[in-house]
Design a protein around this ligand. Structure first.
Ligand code: SF4
Length: 399
């Protein structure tokens, strides 16, 4: 749709955003409550063109499922396992290295370290596992493993281990090019009885927002995001996006916002809940672009396997981490579409498709102070002058 064909109110939104004046919270509430979906998506798409051009990125990763025991219980989670479960993962250094080396063979550039929330606080098995490697906390062990992977393979670590203290993040800063902490939702309502985070104290919005603030004070490029459709109201969703915006305006460290649609999984507490409605999700993505015009906005393609291409028309510019080697251990029920398929769909819709590093170019180009000196040479070895993965690195590969 041409900009001139837009509803005058939405044209005004577009004009204001072009001037760097982002949409007001009140206006965002109104758009979220209204019936209009396609025009809001059109505005978001126009804005994406203004701020990001046609470039659409993904991160070629290997998923290192370091330990999938977890102190907390979220109503939608199938990642968390019990010690007796056949799919429990407590990786040894040899297994971690083997996984990273396999990733390297497949030209991955990201080593994604994922763990449950402080499993050692709940499970003696986790304490024993850590003790056998000389550690008392999962974060200490991840720090050692990320150092090993960085030095032995050159893959760039990115850790998502839940809510971290400032001291823990500082310990990871010189081996991880970025960290991830999902906000999920900023309303405390989801912590109350029969809500998804009733038994997940680490998902308290105050805890998550503190982690995001601390990461900003430490100047760590940070990925965050929302899980959409888990019981938040449309207004609360808007509030969450504005809180991310506020923190980013203070510290400039949020590198991307993941917009993840809730999909119920039968074996979970929320197995009988409805998935995030399509129109609601599309509007959420579009609002993310209107509220954060220059942000990298990501939707994981595997959670909407037949329609993910449509989200390109709602303002997103990234597909997140996709692995040619491992499954998505957080959503193993949803295999990643082949990279050749994601590329085809992206190009058919008129966009460019490129591999990026687990840290976005704006955080290590132009004399940025976000990447420690120690990591810069590893980043330089993999990136071209635009800060994307060197074409020759991935060229000739079967995607
Ligand atoms: S979503 Fe994360 S914090 Fe919640 S139960 Fe699963 S692993 Fe634990």
């Amino acid at each position: 749709m041409l900009e001139s064909q837009l509803d005058p109110n939405l044209q005004e939104v577009l004009a204001k955003n072009s001037d760097g004046k982002a949409i007001s919270k009140q206006h965002a509430y109104e758009l979220m409550d209204g019936d209009e979906v396609s025009q809001v998506a059109d505005v978001a798409r126009c804005l994406r063109h203004q701020t990001k051009g046609r470039l659409t990125t993904y991160s070629r990763k290997v998923f290192i499922n370091i330990i999938n025991l977890c102190r907390d219980t979220c109503g939608y989670c199938t990642y968390k396992k019990e010690p007796s479960d056949s799919l429990v993962s407590m990786m040894t250094p040899q297994q971690v290295l083997l996984m990273a080396e396999t990733g390297k063979k497949f030209k991955c550039t990201e080593a994604l370290f994922v763990s449950g929330e402080r499993p050692e606080q709940r499970y003696p098995q986790a304490r024993e596992w850590l003790r056998s490697f000389g550690h008392t906390s999962t974060i200490e062990y991840i720090r050692e493993m990320s150092e090993m992977v960085l030095q032995k393979t050159g893959l760039l670590p990115h850790t998502n281990a839940g809510s971290l203290t400032k001291k823990e993040m500082l310990s990871l800063k010189d081996t991880n090019v970025s960290l991830g902490t999902m906000l999920e939702a900023s309303t405390q309502r989801l912590m109350t009885k029969n809500m998804p985070h009733e038994f997940a104290p680490s998902k308290h919005p105050k805890v998550r927002l503190r982690t995001l603030e601390d990461a900003g004070e430490l100047k760590i490029p940070t990925t965050t995001g929302l899980l959409i459709g888990i019981g938040e109201s449309p207004e609360e969703l808007v509030d969450s996006l504005f809180l991310i915006k506020e923190i980013h305006e203070k510290h400039g460290h949020i590198q991307e916002v993941i917009m993840q649609n809730f999909v119920p999984k039968p074996e979970t507490i929320m197995g009988k809940c409805m998935p995030a409605p399509h129109d609601y999700f599309v509007k959420s993505i579009a609002l993310a672009r209107l509220i954060l015009p220059s942000m990298n906005i990501q939707v994981p393609p595997n959670l909407s396997p037949y329609i993910f291409g449509q989200y390109l028309d709602s303002g997103i510019n990234d597909w997140g981490g996709i692995s040619p080697v491992t499954v998505d251990y957080v959503n193993p029920e949803f295999p990643w579409p082949g990279l050749d398929m994601v590329k085809k769909i992206t190009i058919e819709r008129g966009y460019d498709f490129r591999a990026r590093l687990p840290v976005y170019p704006e955080f290590f180009k132009r004399n940025s102070t976000f990447i420690p000196y120690k990591l810069q040479s590893y980043v330089d070895a993999l990136s071209d002058t635009d800060g994307l993965v060197k074409e020759e690195f991935v060229n000739g590969l079967e995607l």
